[in-house]
Design a protein around this ligand. Structure first.
Ligand code: PGA
Length: 259
């Protein structure tokens, strides 16, 4: 069975003491899962990457950031490059989260450049895609997600190998209104099929084998985890608020383990 992946998105929360406590708890209770059928990834603010490396090195638990610069170095005040992430052995980086694309006007092209940069340095992108409530009401959700994927696909479908696509409907983030299992299943299936079919069109053989994961994010909690993660098209979850509580996050990881 496909290994499930549970990704924590800690956003701009916490402090040194908060992370020391969270990491210690996740490590002590989750090491047996990390070694088995659940992959755990902690995506945290940049200043705590060193701490994640200290706690999680050789534990089977992965860590990463919530953004990356598209450039490698230069006069870009406030930016953090991929080589700075790898200095702290980060294995993953979230890109394209709607909280960034709306607040900081990130374009699809910009996100595609970040995706490419991460791949060049063997950091796995966790690409967020998803529609607004108005777009879903208008029946445009697949069109919107397709457009978000297309800019990256212009680099060839194999660029998606070993990456994670997180379907995060914008209306479900921070809202207590998770997508229904049917909505999550349909969109995750659409994302996978679209990437594979684009690969075939561009002449790549056997695209079904592109090893990518498609996960769901948006108001995932300990009550809806089993239902969402039991879906065969859903390879895991991206967890916001519930990752702030070690108890809830660990409970979600344990539920993923039961599937
Ligand atoms: P949420 O956030 O779980 O708090 O809805 C998810 C996310 O923004 O990735």
């Amino acid at each position: 069975m496909n290994k499930k992946i549970i990704i924590a998105n800690l956003k701009m929360h916490g402090s040194s003491s908060f992370y020391e406590e969270l990491f210690a708890q996740v490590k002590s209770t989750q090491q047996h899962l990390a070694a088995s059928d659940v992959e755990i990834v902690m995506c945290i603010p940049y200043p705590y990457l060193f701490l994640a490396e200290k706690f999680f090195a050789h534990s089977g638990i992965s860590w990463g950031s919530q953004n990356v610069a598209k450039d490698l170095a230069g006069p870009f005040t406030g930016e953090v490059s991929v080589t700075m992430l790898t200095d702290f052995a980060s294995q993953y980086a979230i890109i394209g989260h709607s909280e960034r694309s709306t607040a900081y006007c990130e374009s699809d092209l910009n996100i595609a450049e970040k995706f490419k940069r991460l791949k060049e340095h063997n950091v796995r992108p966790i690409l967020c895609v998803g529609e607004t409530f108005i777009e879903r009401e208008a029946g445009m959700e697949k069109k919107v997600v397709q457009a978000q994927l297309e800019t990256i696909l212009s680099n060839g479908s194999e660029i998606f190998a070993d990456s994670v696509i997180a379907y995060e409907p914008i209306w479900a983030i921070g809202s207590d209104m998770a997508a229904s299992p049917e909505q999550a299943q349909n969109m995750c299936s659409f994302i996978r099929d679209f990437i594979h079919s684009e690969g075939k069109h561009s002449g790549h053989n056997d695209q079904k084998k592109i090893p990518l994961k498609v996960v769901y994010g948006g108001s995932v909690n300990e009550k809806n985890t089993l239902q969402l993660l039991s879906l065969d098209e859903v390879d895991g979850a991206l967890i916001g608020r519930c990752s702030l509580s070690a108890d809830k996050f660990i409970q979600i990881c344990n539920l993923a383990h039961q599937i």
